[in-house]
Write a protein that binds this ligand. Structure first.
Ligand code: FES
Ligand code: FES
Length: 156
């Protein structure tokens, strides 16, 4: 069955099993390996992409569900203004450690800023709580989101 959608603004058509997770369509069929496999169970957030602007877990999103929709991945996130600001803040504050979770973190952070330009600490925690980081970069992640949002961090 042919499923049509866009990825980072480009039209794509996949003739495949509509039940195949979007994560594996991106990695295997479209050779876009920036989106990472972590748990495969919706628990870690490593596979986060945007579907019509919302952060979703691509390991839990069947291909058939994105018919006609707009998918954005880490490869294309900097095309948006919030994505550009988040990526710049990530570099400026040197957020990643091993890096494995970071594509997912950036996708969740960008979706947050796109929908809530000046998020509170609670809104940041709520948006990011599903993205786990083995290296515990959480303090720098929060600081980088605030930097990208133009929110001054209170000094201790
Ligand atoms: S790989 Fe999708 S949430 Fe962990
Ligand atoms: S930077 Fe290593 S898992 Fe997050």
């Amino acid at each position: 069955m042919a499923i049509s959608f866009t990825v980072n603004g480009e039209k794509r058509q996949i003739d495949g099993d509509p039940a195949k997770p979007l994560l594996w369509v991106l990695r295997e069929d479209l050779d876009m390996v920036g989106t990472k496999f972590g748990c495969g169970a919706g628990l870690c957030g490593a596979c986060t992409v945007h579907v019509d602007g919302n952060a979703v877990r691509s390991c839990q999103t069947p291909l058939g569900d994105v018919q006609g929709m707009a998918v954005t991945t880490i490869e294309g996130v900097q095309k948006s203004d919030p994505g550009k600001r988040i990526a710049a803040a990530w570099v400026k504050l040197d957020v990643p450690q091993c890096g494995y979770c970071q594509a997912g973190q950036i996708m969740s952070a960008t979706a947050l800023l796109a929908q809530t330009p000046k998020p509170t600490d609670e809104e940041i925690d709520g948006a990011m709580m599903g993205n786990l980081c083995r290296c515990s970069t959480y303090v720098r992640i929060r600081a980088a989101i605030k930097d990208a949002a133009g929110i001054r961090e209170a000094k201790a």
